[in-house]
Ligand binder design. Structure first.
Ligand code: DOR
Ligand code: ZN
Length: 432
């Protein structure tokens, strides 16, 4: 098997080292000479543990016109990810052992990242009846994260039962926090801008009420709750309170909520329509602060590719969602690293170690070390690139960052010791 020698990379921004990889593992670190190895020149590059995304929409089965497991896996690898958790709102919904095993094996065949399926909490995401959580957990896909994302598990009794059920196998319920009675017809954040535009609002309280309720339930049951795409300043305060109480609550923020605001809706360009919606500058500041402090644990992309028909139409008809896998790291650098709010170790914590731990992905989220599986990412912190929708992987184009010049570029990604990306370009992948 080929040996790879990464020359002169800076692990988490520390002093440069060479890293020798063989048979999927790191076998030597330091000053290394290995005549037979293929050398990857990593001078000036940051070495990170492979990034892990807890919230990715891969669209297969059902909407292969927007994304497939293969195209989404390629986007992920290009973005520096070695593992992604695939959301359950496919068609058919991933609410049975059969569907999660299908997604899992499609991911393995694609060979660009480890695809870990998320199972639905309720049958058909309908919020009425618990799905076969146990069967999904004991399937080949070994599901540990369950979510109706796109929909909120709004029935408190069902939410309680789900939390109780997954406790047996240390599963976690990832909640899309949106009280549906408060967001009927909602098109954007409820505030000054929605009033000006005459669009129905999605109030912050619809998110905050569910997070508070579910934190109480998680505390009561003693189970793990994960809160998807936290978007408001009030949510950060509720999470702070939940953590102070010692409850097992984790939370994610999406790159777009760290950068963009509801002012963008004045363009009526549906590329800015997302659920939960873009909020105010005050919310953005609170989310950054919460992420820096650890009140929000991780960054997750909510990569939500949509077909042109579903996005290039009038605002009210457009589906919510933004692509995010290839831009996530750059947005985190722009919003959090450049300001000094977090350093490279902080990036590794929020985009690799902690998401891997929440998802129970034992092979991911480990700092580069001898003996460890080589799931790694090399980033050029000084590079800049301009986002072009048509150049992103996959059939969809709905990036809100088109035309923006962003800092930081992924140069290489290694999955189990083999490159999925080299020189910033896809390789043929890693067959199982
Ligand atoms: O904007 C969103 N898009 N939010 C969600 O919760 C679901 C997602 C999707 O599936 O497109
Ligand atoms: Zn969601």
């Amino acid at each position: 098997m080929t040996e790879w020698l990464i020359k002169g990379a800076s692990p988490l921004g520390d002093d440069p080292v060479d890293v020798l990889i063989r048979d999927g593992a790191i076998i030597e670190m330091g000053v290394v000479d290995a005549p037979g190895a293929t050398v990857v020149d990593a001078e000036g590059l940051i070495l990170l543990p492979g990034l892990v995304d807890l919230h990715t929409h891969l669209r297969e089965p059902g909407r292969e016109d927007a994304e497939t497991v293969l195209s989404g896996s390629q986007a992920a690898a290009l973005g520096g990810f070695t593992a992604v958790c695939a959301m359950a709102n496919t068609d058919p919904v991933a609410d049975t052992a059969g569907v999660v095993e299908q997604v899992w094996s499609l991911g393995r065949d694609a060979g660009y990242v480890d695809v870990q399926p998320i199972g639905a909490v309720t049958v058909g995401l309908a919020g009425e009846q618990l799905a076969e959580l146990g069967a999904m957990a004991s399937s080949a896909a070994k599901v540990r994260v369950f979510s109706d994302d796109g929909h909120c598990v709004s029935d408190p009794r069902l939410m309680r039962r789900a939390l109780e059920y997954v406790k047996a196998f240390d599963g976690v319920i990832a909640q899309h926090a949106e009280e549906p009675q408060l967001t009927v017809g909602a098109q954007m954040h409820e505030g000054v801008v929605s009033a000006k535009l005459g669009l129905a609002g999605w109030p912050a309280v619809a998110e905050e009420a569910i997070i508070a309720r579910d934190a109480l339930l998680a505390g009561h049951v003693g189970s793990r709750l994960h809160v998807c795409h936290v978007s408001t300043a009030g949510s950060v305060e509720i999470l702070r309170w939940a953590k102070r109480n010692g409850w097992r609550v984790t939370a994610e923020v999406c790159p777009h909520h760290l950068l963009l605001t509801d002012e963008l809706a004045t363009s009526y360009d549906p590329v800015y329509k997302v659920n939960p919606p873009l909020r105010t500058a005050e919310d953005v500041a609170a989310l950054r602060q919460g992420l820096a402090e650890g009140v929000i644990d991780i960054v997750a992309t909510d990569h939500a590719p949509h077909s042109l028909e579903d996005k290039e139409c009038e605002w009210s008809a457009a589906r919510p969602g933004m692509m995010g896998l290839q831009t996530a790291l750059s947005i985190v650098i722009k919003t959090m690293v450049e300001s000094g709010a977090i350093d490279w170790d902080g990036v590794a914590q929020r985009m690799s170690r902690t998401p891997a731990r929440i998802a129970g992905l034992a092979d991911h989220g480990h700092d580069p070390a001898v003996g460890g599986q080589a799931n790694l990412t090399l980033v050029d912190p000084n590079a800049e690139w301009t986002v072009v929708g048509a150049e992103l992987a996959g059939p969809s184009r709905n990036t809100p960052y088109a035309g923006m010049t962003l800092p930081g570029a992924v140069r290489a990604t290694f999955l189990r010791g083999r490159p999925t990306v080299l020189d910033g370009k896809l390789t043929e992948g890693v067959s199982a």
